[in-house]
Design a protein around this ligand. Structure first.
Ligand code: ATP
Ligand code: MG
Ligand code: FE
Length: 339
């Protein structure tokens, strides 16, 4: 089946075409408007999706050298995400499906982050995914397509959220994750010992204390500006160290607990260089095959929605035309799905 994938859960309007020959196009329109606010403004995000979505879909069809009449199903992010943003993508997808009389597929955005690993690669089941993004941090045991067991997740901030909030404290632009990553490569990870929280718990995370600890650490310095100027790279490296150590230690727990031989990283934070290096070492030490999506498939994109939609159509997991968006992940179960 030829699948058109649409993603609009946060601040990226994205469309992609996936066919039996693989990924044909992957278009992302990022919304620059949020930078000046240091975070995503939901109302502005919905409006920007509304303005951009048709053009983005057209571009995906053009670059995929395919016309709408050759699309067999539309896969769209059902959640989690910002309600207003999700609604734009879902209503647009429903309109397309109604006009062409083709089925609709509702994709769980967090499933899609995991299945981004299958775009260029063929990971074997069972696997453990460390899904680390702007809104989530999860260890997921995947025994077969769409057979997931959530081993644990964060109790407060997500790993990406920690990078972004700490970046704000350090005066870095939003999103700060990539900037902290880049700076960390020039800094000393042992410059300061920031706390690694909840190491006594196997699979759960907590990152909210880390930003407070960075804040107090800076306040303790006599000349904060001067100190930051001289040691920004070292602080970034120490923060990255604290976050990635916790992630990798718990990933090790999950590997040992499940006995899997396949490990995947997923979500925006899987773009992180230090995390990638540590995960590679862990995989080597535990005899696991490690899969990490290409950088373009780590952060939000529609290629991951299209491939997940394609896998769902193989299992006849279609949605009704009254499919609702869901803003949070509490219900991992898909609503309105028919087998
Ligand atoms: P969710 O998927 O949980 O709904 P999201 O879609 O906003 O959240 P993603 O697009 O998967 O999240 O990832 C964005 C996050 O990834 C941001 O917090 C960003 O700072 C972080 N990030 C991106 N690249 C890097 C990097 N190289 N190092 C660390 N963090 C990064
Ligand atoms: Mg984004
Ligand atoms: Fe995401």
């Amino acid at each position: 089946m030829n699948i058109l994938g649409i993603e609009s859960s946060c601040d990226e309007t994205a469309a992609a075409v996936y066919t039996p020959d693989g990924l044909q196009s992957n278009i992302i329109a990022s919304q620059a408007i949020h930078e000046q606010y240091g975070g995503v403004v939901p109302e502005l995000a919905s409006r920007a999706h509304h303005k951009t979505i048709w053009h983005t879909v057209q571009q995906a069809l053009n670059e995929g050298s395919i016309t709408l009449s050759d699309i067999d199903a539309v896969a769209v992010t059902q959640g989690p995400g910002l309600m207003g943003s999700l609604l734009v993508g879902i209503c647009f997808a429903k309109g397309l499906c109604l006009s062409r009389n083709i089925p609709l597929v509702g994709v769980n955005h967090m499933d899609a982050h995991i299945y981004a690993n299958f775009i260029d690669d063929q990971p074997e089941y069972p696997l453990v995914s460390l899904t680390v993004s702007g809104g989530h941090t999860q260890l997921v045991h995947v025994t077969a397509p769409f057979e997931h067991e959530l081993l644990g997740q964060t109790r407060d901030d997500a790993a990406g959220e920690a990078f972004d909030k700490i970046g704000k404290i350090l005066g870095l632009p939003y999103p700060a994750g990539p900037v902290i990553d880049e700076r960390s490569e020039h800094g000393d990870p042992s410059f300061h010992d920031f706390p690694q929280a909840m190491l006594d718990n196997d699979f759960e995370f907590s990152f909210s204390g880390l930003k407070t600890s960075v804040k107090y650490f800076l306040e303790d310095q006599d000349n904060r500006e001067e100190f930051l100027k001289n040691h920004l790279d070292d602080i970034c490296a120490s923060v990255s160290h604290a976050i990635t150590e916790v992630l990798v230690k718990k990933l090790r727990n999950a590997i040992e607990h499940t006995g899997v031989k396949t490990v995947a990283l997923a979500g925006g934070v899987s773009a992180n260089s230090m995390l990638r290096r540590k995960a590679e070492k862990l995989a080597e030490n535990t005899g696991c095959n490690l899969h990490i999506p290409k950088l373009a498939y780590c952060t939000d994109n529609a290629a991951m929605i299209a491939i997940t939609g394609s896998m769902m159509t193989q299992q006849k997991l279609y949605a009704d035309m009254d499919m609702k968006p869901f803003a949070n992940l509490k219900a991992l179960e898909r609503m309105n799905v028919q087998r």
